[in-house]
Design a protein around this ligand. Structure first.
Ligand code: BYC
Length: 473
């Protein structure tokens, strides 16, 4: 179905055909806009931003570019087209037709997952509230705003499901999604990483590389769901998510390129010399990677999880790319996990369904490694032996079997004292953060870049890098 833009809420779900739902969502809309004004990008409301907006959900329609003021962005409800005769792809109901309504017995499980997914979207916008003030270029500023408006739309996607399928409870949850705030002492966001401040652009690039990638894997899992509307909305969200990860991967790649240029110019890899030259030394970047990777790993939940087992059994949440597996019931076989026992590590064999969070996390880790390989090749080509690495998945965990177990970066269990001594050198220290903050000077001349980041290889939508992506009035 085409997207109807003549409605107050653009949509391709025939909202006009359900007046009660339409009124309820039109009642929520001003609350969303108030939230956006207060918690969304600080300032820049009157700037014209070169944004893409979906005018259709197919390949031709989903990326339509033009200059828009952010408050005028047409947030709406877009579901990917239904797959005719789609059947349930995993779990106890394997092979049965997918559900057009939420079965009563699974209502609270579905609601919990949709609320958790929905909570992350506005959280990320809140985390990035002030970043526009220190943008390294107009190109980056535009990318930040593109990510922000799309996270806003992803919130709409979950709010639509809550309103359309969960009645009064759903409407209340939709209000709560605007009432919790990232980092709020009394009403924080649900998942840990979404309460971490993002006060500099190095954090933003790491967040879009690591945390948006969790989004990719969670959305892929939910796209497998037997609840068809959830599957369809997640499938469309995934098309937008790719750009967010692109911003992270190319952002970190550009930081590395600039650092390599400075190292060449100065003939040294001495961190102090590189910093004096206004660039990011690679050990500092490694500490940022350590921080955001370990934080994002927690977003997959516990390695052994009855929630995950139930979600799989009931067809609520599958594995990412479920079609790659032969066995969609996962009733047989086990998953071998390395878990701590005192100061030793032991292997535990877990029923496959109970290990679904770990299956997804392992796929995520493999995906994270791809960028690392590319950056390492980039450094090798410039004649440097330095390698960036991912820390062990046991490092600095707050959720699951390794929660609060002191380990070194390589996953070795160490004493609490050794951990406390080592940690300031493993993740960004206060002085690292202060230095990065000192680099964050706003650059807004078209085509110009801050000292610490190289220009991108190409602009957006085939436009030149020096295009005025944000017209600041
Ligand atoms: N922080 O059995 P457990 C994205 C809670 S990112 C705090 O271990 P389960 C995006 C858990 O909620 C993708 N609490 O795990 C990216 C549960 O609490 P309750 C977001 C946590 O339930 C960038 C308890 O621990 N989408 O889209 O199997 C920008 C025991 O749970 C954490 C989703 O997450 C944590 N890290 O799995 C914008 C998908 N981890 O219920 C957007 C929906 C666990 O007992 N969510 N807990 O009070 C889910 O599928 C699951 O809720 C989780 C956890 C994978 C998060």
């Amino acid at each position: 179905m085409a997207i109807d833009y003549s409605e107050r809420i653009p949509n391709n779900v025939n909202l006009a055909g359900d007046k009660t739902l339409q009124r309820a969502l039109e009642h929520w809309q001003p609350h969303f806009l108030d939230w956006w004004r207060e918690m969304g990008p600080h300032d820049f409301a009157s700037a014209d931003v070169y944004l893409r907006t979906a005018i259709g959900v197919d390949a031709q329609g989903w990326a339509h570019y033009g200059a828009t003021r952010m408050p005028d962005y047409r947030w709406g409800i877009f579901l990917a087209d239904a797959i005719p005769n789609r059947s349930i792809g995993f779990g106890d109901f394997y092979g049965q037709p997918v559900w057009q309504q939420v079965p009563g017995e699974f209502r609270s499980q579905f609601r919990r997952l949709i609320v958790t997914q929905g909570d992350t979207e506005p959280a990320s916008v809140e985390q990035q509230h002030l970043l526009g003030h220190t943008c390294p270029s107009l190109y980056d500023l535009r990318n930040l705003f593109q990510v922000n408006v799309e996270e806003g739309r992803h919130l709409w996607a979950m709010v639509y499901l809550l309103h359309a399928y969960f009645g009064r409870d759903g409407r209340e949850e939709a209000e709560e999604l605007l009432a919790r705030h990232s980092g709020d002492v009394d009403k924080p966001r649900i998942l840990g990483t979404f309460n971490e401040p993002i006060e500099d652009w190095l954090s933003f690039y790491c967040f879009t590389y690591f945390t948006d990638r969790d989004g990719k894997f969670q959305l892929k899992s939910l796209a497998e769901s037997s609840f068809d509307a959830l599957s369809r909305t997640c499938r469309f969200m995934l098309t937008e998510e790719a750009h967010h990860m692109f911003v992270g991967e190319t952002g970190i790649g550009r930081v590395i390129r600039r650092t390599l240029e400075v190292m060449k110019e100065l003939g040294t890899d001495n961190p102090e010399a590189i910093r004096r030259h206004g660039a990011v030394d690679l050990p500092l970047l490694q500490r940022y990677l350590n921080f955001w990777f370990s934080s994002s790993l927690d977003l997959f939940g516990s390695e052994i999880s009855s929630n995950a087992a139930n979600s799989f059994a009931n067809g609520i949440k599958g594995r990412p790319d479920e079609s790659q597996y032969q066995d969609h019931l996962a009733l047989e076989g086990t998953y071998a996990l390395a878990v701590p026992e005192g100061d030793h590590v032991k292997e535990e064999k877990v029923a496959m369904r109970s290990a679904m969070n770990e299956v997804t996390r392992a796929a995520y880790v493999r995906d994270c490694e791809i960028g690392l390989k590319r950056w390492n090749i980039q450094m090798k080509r410039s004649g440097h032996d330095i390698q960036l690495t991912l820390p062990s998945t046991r490092f600095r965990r707050s959720i699951g079997a390794w929660a609060n177990v002191p380990t070194a970066l390589d996953g070795r269990i160490v004493s609490r004292e050794e951990y406390d001594r080592g940690l300031p050198g493993w993740i960004p220290s206060a002085s690292d953060r202060a230095f990065v903050k000192s680099l964050m000077q706003k650059v807004t001349a078209p085509g110009k870049m801050a000292s610490w980041v190289a220009p991108p290889e190409r602009g957006i939508n085939n436009l030149p890098v020096d295009y005025e992506y944000v017209h600041l009035s």
